[in-house]
Ligand binder design. Structure first.
Ligand SMILES: CC(C)(COP(=O)(O)OP(=O)(O)OC[C@H]1O[C@@H](n2cnc3c(N)ncnc32)[C@H](O)[C@@H]1OP(=O)(O)O)[C@@H](O)C(=O)NCCC(=O)NCCS
Length: 149
């Protein structure tokens, strides 16, 4: 089933924290951290979910109210059972449609082939690296997207 992409609602918080834990393990955000993300929805956060009855994916953006400030793509994930069916692509399309005229930055582990490929497919380009940034010495890749005018 093709999911509906919609804004997160307060009642999604538990499902999002559980899905985040499934997708990121020890790197998952805590329920407290997710609560903070939801509290910032009225300020500078955009959280979109992919909904097939259950939440099967999400993307979190930091969108500063000042339009010259860069947007940050903080997190995107899809439940393992539903990967490679285009859900992250749907989430990216919806997220980037909210970034007209803005610059979007993100940081990704160099070895995260799926995520690097996803971002590349949406026009993100590597602009810098943080060498040995992650535990184990993996590089962090900084990628940038700008709307093509
Ligand atoms: C990265 C992630 C979100 C991709 O989700 P997905 O729903 O499987 O991605 P999609 O099916 O929408 O794929 C869209 C495009 O991304 C790229 N892509 C996605 N997964 C890929 C993989 N495993 N290998 C290569 N390319 C991949 C492809 O270009 C793909 O287009 P295609 O299917 O036409 O080739 C998913 O693998 C995930 O949740 N990973 C764990 C969380 C994570 O690492 N998030 C990123 C850091 S915040």
């Amino acid at each position: 089933m093709r999911p509906a992409i919609r804004a997160a609602r307060a009642e999604d918080l538990t499902a999002l924290a559980a899905l985040d834990s499934l997708c990121f393990g020890s790197e998952a955000w805590s329920t407290v951290a997710w609560t903070t993300e939801f509290e910032r929805l009225s300020e500078d956060r955009v959280i979109l979910v992919a909904d097939v009855g259950d939440v099967v994916g999400y993307v979190v953006l930091l969108v500063p109210p000042v339009s010259l400030d860069v947007v940050e793509l903080l997190r995107i994930a899809v439940t393992p059972a539903e990967r490679r069916t285009g859900i992250a692509g749907q989430l990216m399309t919806a997220a980037l449609s909210k970034c007209a005229g803005r610059t979007v930055l993100l940081e990704v582990a160099a070895g995260n082939d799926a995520a690097v490929a996803l971002y590349g497919a949406f026009g993100f380009e590597e602009i810098s690296r943080r060498r040995g940034y992650y535990a184990g010495g993996e590089d962090a890749v900084i990628m940038r997207w700008r709307e093509e005018l």
